[in-house]
Design a protein around this ligand. Structure first.
Ligand code: NDP
Length: 327
């Protein structure tokens, strides 16, 4: 039986995705072949599919998965055939029944995690790790401080709500409906703001006694940008890490001057530069999940053949938390 992979020949809507028969081949030096059990769904896959983040065509899709190591190339020491494994990786192509990929991106999946959890948490959870644990020292955050986190009921968002609480931060979450706001609160957000009906900066000022927050984590982009800057206190840090509502228009530096704000535009893959870095960030994530402080719940499961429906639902904002494709 041949393997299957999602391919696009041009950027486009969900219908641009086709499932094709592929020959996966054998791993070369430093590579492994993994047979997926579950594949993670991420909003970045939509940027790749639609052309917001351009890819050379034709292209595969997907950056997160979990499964069993089926073959190992020369020079790979940390994985062996039969291991349970998971990854979030820059070489795109996780939407597939199996793939060959660099072993340095892949880590053994601990026994306390299911394949579905592995596929649901690696990209989103390692993102939260760097946002809260590696950006936090630069932001001078202390336990008890407020932070503003947009799209708090999404995949990255629900992990962030829980992890921020474990760090003693008071996370003000935003979401697009009252039901999503309740979900963010249930996962540890201190306060939730429905940004479809409420003015975010006004509410943040109320909550923080007029001061604003030290850090805003903004993955929504165009529609939240202004409110995010207005929610920061003087010398606050704006962490712009996504664009679900559209790319932020070019920003004049003067936009930062009134409050002397700092701005960073990070990516997970700037942090995952080596096998050691991946092991360290993934290890920190596994530790907080094992402790019980962060629970990984899979909110949406789709058969592999229903990948187009999965993308339609993500774009329609009807999903919450993490979703996976079952291979
Ligand atoms: P989510 O599950 O959070 O889905 C995106 C959410 O954005 C939606 O559910 C929706 O929540 C909100 N949203 C607000 N406006 C819109 C809009 N106009 N159209 C669609 N959605 C909108 O996705 P992920 O957890 O996969 O990722 C969250 C964000 O983090 C994404 O922007 C992603 O690109 C970014 N990211 C960045 C990384 C980095 O390192 N830079 C790494 C990983 C993710 P609501 O209905 O509540 O508004």
């Amino acid at each position: 039986m041949s393997d299957r992979a999602v391919r696009i020949s041009q950027p486009g809507g969900p219908e641009a995705m086709r499932i094709e028969a592929v020959d996966v081949g054998d791993p070369g030096p430093g590579e492994i072949r993994i047979r997926h059990v579950a594949v993670g769904l991420n909003y970045i896959d939509i940027y790749h599919r639609s052309g917001v983040y351009p890819l050379p065509m034709p292209a595969g899709l997907g950056m997160e998965g979990a499964g069993i190591v089926e073959a190992v190339g020369d020079g790979v020491a940390h994985l062996k055939v039969g291991d349970r494994a998971a990854y979030a990786s820059q070489p795109i192509g996780a939407y597939a029944s199996a793939r060959v990929m660099p072993a340095r991106c892949v880590v053994p999946l601990p026994d306390f995690l299911s394949f579905e959890q592995g596929a649901a948490m690696m990209l989103k959870g390692m993102t939260v790790q760097y946002l809260l644990r590696r950006t936090l020292p630069q932001a001078g955050l202390q336990p008890g401080d407020h932070v503003l986190f947009h799209a708090a009921a999404g995949g990255v968002g629900l992990i962030a709500c829980q992890w921020a609480k474990a760090l003693g931060l008071r996370l003000i979450g935003t979401a697009g409906s009252d039901a999503k706001c309740r979900l963010a609160l249930d996962h540890g957000a201190d306060v939730a703001i429905n940004y479809a009906t409420e003015n975010v900066a006004d509410r943040v000022k109320e909550i923080t006694g007029g001061q604003g927050v030290k850090v805003v984590y903004d993955s929504v982009g165009a529609s939240t940008w202004e409110g995010s800057l207005a929610s920061l206190r003087p010398f606050g840090l704006m962490v712009s890490f996504g664009n679900a509502s559209g790319v932020v228009a070019p920003v004049p530096l003067s936009a930062l001057s009134a409050k002397g704000l700092y701005l960073t535009r990070p990516s997970l893959f700037v942090h995952l530069t080596s096998q050691e870095a991946t092991r360290e960030i993934a290890g920190d994530l596994f530790k907080i999940v094992e402790s019980g402080a962060v629970k990984i719940e899979v909110e949406q499961r789709y058969p592999f053949d229903e990948v187009q429906r999965a993308h339609r639902e993500m774009e329609a904002r009807t999903t919450t938390g993490s979703g996976v494709l079952l291979v």
